[in-house]
Write a protein that binds this ligand. Structure first.
Ligand code: 3HC
Ligand code: NAI
Length: 694
C-alpha cells in the first residue's frame, strides 16, 4: 500500500502502520489509508491486526488544517466504524499522545495497549468543538458518562496509569510501540480473545448528582463557551439511544460547533500560538548558550523569573541591593517553590536541590561573571536601570546577553549605556512570571540576530509563548492597554460606572474588567503611568483623574482592602463602593459633563474599537510583525477571551468597516486617542482583512 498507511504481514499478525509526520493527524490520505487497510485485513489470512503509529506520537487528532474546508469522504467516524466492525480483533498501541480523533480511533479498536508515559485526551473543546468521531458516545459506554465528560470537558491529558485504572486501556507496556503491539497480539492468539466492540457495551449507571455538579462546575469554568455543555448533553442524550443514533446526534452537534465563530477563533489562536515562535528572520540563526541565568532584583518580577528558570532546569544567580534584600528575595523564592511542592508540581527533594545547588542570591555583582544571560528586573526608573547596565557591562563575560524586563522604558536608551548594545534586548515577562505564558521579546535598533534567537530559545526553555515586539512606550501589550484603559475611563467620565464597564467586559468574556485589574495590580501603577504620560498628552486628550484621588486616599486596590471596590471577608472578590461613585461624580461636575447612560453593547464596542485601532497602529508601525502577534499578546498576557481569537481576529469577524465607523465616531466626538490607524483605513478601502496580513 502507498501513502501514509502501510500494511505488513507478520505470520498470523497484520501490522497497520500510520506514518504522517509531524503528529500523524488523520488527514484525508490517512483516512483513506485506514479504510483500505481495514478492507485488506478483512480479505487476508492474518488473524489479528496491530494498529501502530510511527514517530513521536500516536495520532494527535483530526487534521486541523482541513477544518473550515469542504469535508472529504471517508469521514473519520466511518473510518472508525470500519475498524470496529472488523470480525477479527484489532489491537492498537498508544505512544506519545492519542488526542481527539486519535483517541477516538483507539476507542474503535478492540484492545488498547498503552506505553508508560503516554497520554490520552479529548481536547476538542480547546478548539471550540466537541469530540466528533465517537468520543461522546464510545467513551461513556466504556467508563461512564461522568468520568467521560470530565475528560472531554477539561481537555485534560490522562496519564497511562490513570487510563488503566479507569478501564480505558487493557495493558501498559514499556516496550517500543511495535513490540508492545506484537506481544499483545500474540496473547490474543494464544488466549483466543475475540472482538470486543465498545459501541456494543451498555453504559454504566450514572450518578445524577455527580453529573449535575459537573455541569455546574463546567459552566462556571467556561463562561461564554458553547461547546462544553453541548458535549455533555450529547453524551447524555446519545447514550440513551441505539449507538448509531447516538453517533448521528454527535455528528450533528459537531457540525453545529464547526459553524460557530468560536471554532474559527480558537483554531486561529491554536495556529497563532505556534506561528509567533517561528520568525523568518531567525531561520538558520543559532541562539547563544543558555545554562546560567543572572537576575537583577528579586522583587515581584525578579523572584518570579528566577522561579521560572529554576523550574525549567536553568541555574540562577540573583543580585539584590543589600543583605536584607538578599534574604527577602531568597525567602520569596523559597515560598513560591514550597507552594509548587504543596500543589504537587515539584517534589520536596527536587525543591531542596534547586535551593541548594541551582540558586545563588547575593549582592555581589561579580558573581555574574559566568552568566550566559542576565535579566534586569529592578525598579522602573531609567536612572536605576542605567546604573545597573553600566555595572553589568563591567562584570559580564563577552557574549553574555543583557536583557531588561522594563514595562515601558526605551530599550535603545538602556542599550546605549553599554559598550555592547548588540547584546542588549528587552525580555518583558508578565506577573506572576512563573505562571503567565507571554514573553514579549523587545528587539532594539542594534540587537544582534543571535541575541533575538536566544530570547526565543529562553522562551522555549521556560515553556512561554514569545512575541517579537519593537521599541515604543509599552511595546505591544502595554501600549495597547494604555489606549483601551483610557477609552474605558472616558466612558466612565461620560456616565458609565466602573462596575458596569467591568461587568460588560466580563460578560463579553474577559477574565476581569479593567477596574478589577487595576485593583489587583495596584492603583499606584495607573497613577504612576498617568504622571509619566502627563507631559506627552496631546491637545484634546481626555482621561480620568479619580484614580489619582483614590491613590491619594491610600485606596490602592486589593492590597489595602479598598480601590474601585471594597474587599473584605464578606466580599473577597470586591463589591462596588458608593464612595467611588461620588468621587467620579465630583470630577464630572468639575469638568461640566452631564452623565448619560451606556448600554453594555456600547461599552464593548467602544472598548474594542480602541483596542483594535491601537493594535492596527502597532502593526502599521512595525512594532508587531503581524496582527496575529497582537492577538497572541492579548490572549496570553491580558486575559482576552480565547474563544474570540484575539482583538484583530475579532475585528475581522465583526467587519473592519464597522470597527472603523466606531473609531471615527469616537474620534469625531473629540478624543485624540481614537485617531484612525492608517492601516485600518487602508484595509477598509482595499476591502481586506487583518487575516490577509498574517
Ligand atoms: N492537525 C494538524 N496539524 C497539527 C495538529 C493537528 N491535529 N496537531 C499539531 N499539528 C502541527 C502543529 O501545528 C505543528 O506544526 P508546525 O511544526 O508546522 O508549527 C506541529 O504539528 C507540531 O505541533 P506542536 O508544535 O504543538 O508540537 P508539540 O510536540 O509541542 O505538541 C501535540 C504535540 C500535543 C500533539 C500538540 O500539537 C497538540 O495539542 N495538537 C492538537 C491536538 C488536538 O487538538 N487534537 C484534536 C483535534 S480535533 C479532532 O480530533 C476532532 C475529532 O474529534 C473529530
Ligand atoms: P519590585 O519593586 O517588586 O522589585 C524590584 C526589586 O529590585 C526590589 O527587590 C529592589 O530591592 C531591587 N533593586 C532595585 N535596585 C536594585 C539594584 N541596583 N540592584 C539590585 N537590585 C535592585 O518591582 P517589580 O514589580 O518586580 O518590577 C521590576 C521591573 O519589572 C520594573 O521594570 C517593572 O516595570 C517591570 N515589570 C513589572 C511587572 C509587574 O506586574 N509588577 C510586569 C512586567 C514588568
Amino acid at each position: 500500500m502507498e501513502g501514509p498507511v502501510r500494511y505488513e504481514s507478520h505470520g498470523d499478525i497484520a501490522v497497520i502502520r500510520i506514518d504522517n509526520p509531524p503528529v500523524n493527524a488523520t488527514s484525508h490520505a490517512v483516512r483513506e489509508g485506514l479504510v483500505a487497510a481495514a478492507a485488506h485485513f478483512a480479505a487476508s489470512p492474518e488473524k489479528v491486526a496491530v494498529l501502530v503509529a510511527e514517530g513521536r506520537t500516536f495520532i494527535a487528532g483530526a487534521d486541523i488544517t482541513e477544518f473550515g474546508k469542504t469535508p472529504k469522504e471517508p469521514h473519520l467516524p466511518d473510518v472508525i466504524h470500519r475498524i470496529e466492525a472488523s470480525e477479527k480483533p484489532v489491537v492498537c498501541v498508544i505512544h506519545g499522545t492519542a488526542l481527539g480523533g486519535g483517541f477516538e480511533v483507539a476507542l474503535g479498536c478492540h484492545y488498547r495497549v498503552m506505553l508508560k508515559g503516554a497520554r490520552i485526551g479529548l481536547p476538542e473543546v480547546n478548539l471550540g468543538l466537541l469530540p466528533g468521531a465517537g468520543g461522546t458516545q464510545r467513551l461513556p459506554r466504556l467508563i461512564g458518562i461522568v468520568p467521560a465528560s470530565e475528560i472531554f470537558t477539561s481537555a485534560a491529558q490522562v496519564k497511562a496509569e490513570d487510563c488503566l485504572a479507569l478501564g480505558i486501556v487493557d495493558e501498559l507496556s514499556t516496550a517500543d510501540p511495535f513490540e508492545a503491539g506484537m506481544t499483545f497480539a500474540r496473547k490474543v492468539l494464544a488466549e483466543g480473545l475475540q472482538v470486543r466492540r465498545v459501541s456494543e457495551m451498555s453504559v454504566p449507571p450514572t450518578d445524577a448528582e455527580a453529573l449535575a455538579a459537573l455541569k455546574k462546575k463546567v459552566a462556571k469554568a467556561n463562561p461564554g463557551h458553547v461547546c462544553h455543555l453541548r458535549a455533555i448533553d450529547t453524551a447524555v442524550e446519545g447514550t440513551r439511544l441505539p449507538f448509531a443514533e447516538g453517533m448521528k446526534l454527535e455528528r450533528a452537534a459537531f457540525w453545529d460547533m464547526m459553524q460557530t465563530p468560536q471554532r474559527a477563533a480558537m483554531i486561529h489562536a491554536f495556529f497563532s500560538e505556534r506561528k509567533v515562535a517561528s520568525l523568518p528572520e531567525l531561520k538558520g540563526v543559532e541562539p547563544r548558550k543558555l545554562a546560567q541565568i543572572g537576575v537583577i532584583g528579586g522583587g515581584t518580577m525578579g523572584g518570579g523569573i528566577a522561579v521560572s528558570c529554576l523550574l525549567n532546569g536553568l541555574s540562577v544567580v540573583l543580585i539584590e541591593r543589600d543583605a536584607e534584600a538578599v534574604e527577602k528575595a531568597h525567602n520569596g523564592i523559597a515560598r513560591t517553590l514550597a507552594d509548587s511542592v504543596k500543589r504537587g508540581k515539584l517534589g520536596a527533594d527536587a525543591r531542596d536541590m534547586l535551593l541548594a545547588d541551582k540558586l545563588l542570591v547575593t549582592d555581589d555583582y561579580a558573581r555574574l561573571s559566568n552568566a550566559d544571560l542576565v535579566i534586569e528586573a529592578v525598579f522602573e526608573s531609567m536612572e536605576v536601570k542605567k546604573d545597573v547596565f553600566t555595572k553589568l557591562d563591567a562584570v559580564c563575560k563577552p557574549g553574555a546577553v543583557l536583557a531588561t524586563n522594563t514595562s515601558y522604558l526605551d530599550v535603545d536608551e538602556i542599550a546605549a549605556m553599554t559598550k555592547r548594545p548588540e547584546d542588549v534586548i528587552g525580555l518583558h515577562f508578565f506577573s506572576p512570571a512563573h505562571v503567565m505564558r507571554l514573553l514579549e521579546i523587545v528587539v532594539a535598533a542594534k540587537t544582534a540576530k543571535d541575541v533575538v534567537a536566544t530570547g526565543f530559545a529562553l522562551a522555549k526553555a521556560l515553556k512561554k509563548v514569545p512575541v517579537r515586539a519593537g521599541v515604543c512606550d509599552g511595546f505591544i501589550g502595554n501600549r495597547i492597554l494604555k489606549t483601551y484603559r483610557t477609552a474605558a475611563d472616558i466612558m466612565v467620565l461620560e456616565g458609565a460606572s466602573p462596575f458596569q464597564v467591568d461587568k460588560a467586559l466580563e460578560d463579553f468574556g474577559f477574565a476581569m474588567g479593567p477596574y478589577a485589574v487595576a485593583d489587583l495590580a495596584g492603583i499606584d501603577i495607573g497613577y504612576l503611568t498617568r504622571k509619566r504620560l502627563a507631559p506627552t498628552r496631546k491637545p484634546g486628550e481626555r482621561w480620568g483623574e479619580w484614580g489619582d484621588v483614590l491613590y491619594e486616599m491610600g485606596r490602592l486596590g486589593r492590597k489595602t482592602g479598598h480601590g474601585h471596590y471594597v474587599y473584605d471577608e464578606a466580599s473577597p472578590k470586591g463589591r462596588p463602593d458608593p464612595e467611588v461613585e461620588e468621587i467620579i461624580a465630583r470630577e464630572r461636575n468639575a469638568k461640566g459633563i452631564t452623565p448619560r447612560s451606556f448600554t453594555d453593547a456600547e461599552i464593548v464596542e467602544r472598548y474594542m474599537a480602541a483596542m483594535i485601532n491601537e493594535g492596527a497602529k502597532v502593526v502599521g508601525e512595525g512594532i508587531a510583525l503581524r496582527p496575529l502577534d497582537v492577538d497572541v499578546t492579548k490572549l496570553f498576557g491580558y486575559g482576552f477571551p480565547r474563544f474570540r481569537g484575539g482583538p484583530m481576529h475579532y475585528a475581522d469577524a465583526v467587519g473592519l468597516d464597522k470597527v472603523l465607523a466606531s473609531v471615527e465616531a469616537a474620534y469625531q466626538a473629540g478624543d485624540a486617542i481614537f485617531e484612525p490607524a492608517p492601516l485600518l483605513t487602508k484595509l477598509v478601502a482595499e476591502g481586506k482583512t487583518f487575516a490577509d496580513l498574517n
